[in-house]
Design a protein around this ligand. Structure first.
Ligand SMILES: [Mg+2]
Length: 172
């Protein structure tokens, strides 16, 4: 069960996920979290780097869907200018939104990676649903209210995994 908290990969920023790497692994779609994965949770719009990343993915025929537990207004205001499909109020780690998005992209789960900054929602949800999962370092160290509680639990899990030697990456 605890293995379900472990991401398959760990990168510093979403920008480190490149079309070359994805294609090499046979990946054709990305499901990404929004808050603290693409931009800080309190930043409204995509940054130029993130806009460029979406364009790069599109130019390489890699589909990207944003799945967020945040509310409709936040997610739609962010995603619509990017012309990216999105799911809001997704209730991650439940798998409904992941399945729905994968189907909408016309892909199967072996062709999709799930990316996010939280173990208890993004990684756990992606793993339970059978996707390859990539954990990113949160863009800022602060969070919205609900996430703060998740982070407390997450820190305990991370400490435990570290003690057991299950973490193969280094904290900074
Ligand atoms: Mg997040």
């Amino acid at each position: 069960m605890l293995k379900k908290f472990l991401p398959d990969e760990h990168v510093e920023r979403i920008l480190d996920i490149t079309p070359e790497k994805l294609k090499h692994a046979g990946i054709k779609g990305v499901i990404t979290d929004l808050d603290n994965t693409l931009v800080a949770w309190d930043v409204r719009d995509a940054t130029p780097e993130v806009i460029q990343w979406f364009k790069l993915m599109r130019d390489n025929d890699i589909k990207v869907t944003i799945i967020s537990n945040n509310e409709k207004e936040r997610v739609s205001i962010f995603a619509e200018p990017l012309e990216a499909p999105f799911v809001y109020s997704a209730k991650k780690p439940l798998n409904h939104a992941f399945r729905q998005a994968t189907k909408a992209m016309g892909l199967n789960k072996e062709e999709v990676v799930v990316v996010g900054d939280q173990i208890l929602t993004d990684v756990l949800g992606g793993n339970i649903a059978g996707f390859h999962t990539i954990l990113v370092v949160p863009i800022v160290q602060t969070d919205g209210k609900i996430t703060r509680i998740n982070r407390m639990i997450e820190r305990r899990i991370l400490r435990w995994m570290k003690r057991k030697g299950m973490m193969t990456w280094e904290d900074k």
